[in-house]
Design a protein around this ligand. Sequence first.
Ligand code: PPS
Ligand code: MG
Length: 373
Amino acid sequence: MENEKYSKELNVAVRVVHMACFLCEKVQKQLFSTNSDQVKSKDDDSLVTVADWSVQATICWMLTEAFGSQNISIVAEEDVQTLIKPESSALLEMVLTSVNECLAEAPRFGLQGPDKALGPSQILEAISKCNSTGGPLGRHWVLDPVDGTLGFVRGDQYAIALAMIEYGQVKIGVLGCPNYSVKDDGLNKYSQQKNLVESDDVGCVMYTSKGSGKAWMQPLILCDKRFEWPNSAKLIRVSSIDDPALATFCEPVERSNSDHSFAAGVANTVGLRKKPLRVYSMVKYAAIARGEAEIYMKFARSGYKEKIWDHAAGVLLVQEAGGVVSDAGGRSLDFSKGIYLEGVDRGIIACSGLALHEKIIGAVYDSWESSNL
Ligand SMILES: Nc1ncnc2c1ncn2[C@@H]1O[C@H](COP(=O)(O)OS(=O)(=O)O)[C@@H](OP(=O)(O)O)[C@H]1O
Ligand SMILES: [Mg+2]
């Protein structure tokens, strides 16, 4: 079976995403302990940046160790330019601490970390190695170290997204969602005051490989526990609801990222009755894959080009969990063209099933002429 071909890759990818979740949770706690009234402060931006760079450095270092420096091509969101400036030395110091604290935990996740703490040049080298631009040939790892930056600073949903693309096709997708509870109705169960939530109400890591027809979810592991495969993995599956009146649709939180009124028009045409679920990050794809929502629509303003790292892992999760993803014209997303999803027709539509998908595509077609997107 095709999925067995990638079992080592999937195993390593899931473990490194668990490590990254551990790292992010630590930084997010810091964010709220220094800023406990949850009002955005100037430090917030730098803490997000610390999480972004630290996750990128950690994952890149671990992947390189596992698969060899020669064999690895990584496309990732952050570039190293800001971090090498002399005025960023304090930031680099924080990244250094955060990465080394995380790598020191590698054995707990069943992986091998470095013999001794990494120095600044090794960290910078790891970050800058993620400079691939992808494309149609060979294998590329694709990473969004902190997807849903706003969610992260607001103590809300965010994701660590890692995918592996071979010859333009997404073969592996892993999403770490530290604030998406493993329990049923995990999005609603999430509380912003995490310390009020019982200790077993942890976030999750979801993963799949192409052609498996299966997607899985594992709970994050608590600080004193060791990760043992399969780490209580449960199968996840899309919802079987196909009646629009009962369906839930999700969309980006920010109006600047997606046209809410156009989506509302489509929802109305199709007969969706429920209020949209506005969720930061690729957790929207995760919600479809877990069967907690049926539809995800994103209509970016015209001229915006979607990046592959914002979609690759989530798209495969939805597809393997039984769902359908395409652009708003019904065509598959093309991950073979470099860092952008070229040629996306109007927007992105992910659904739990074909019947809802066809209705949404039809409604977009009917509404488009009268919209001013
Ligand atoms: N103008 C514009 N239009 C559309 N999309 C944009 C735009 N600008 C950014 N982005 C990318 O969208 C990612 C956030 O998307 P979300 O679905 O999480 O949106 S939202 O935060 O819930 O509003 C976000 O990912 P992160 O940067 O990782 O947070 C961006 O890559
Ligand atoms: Mg992103």
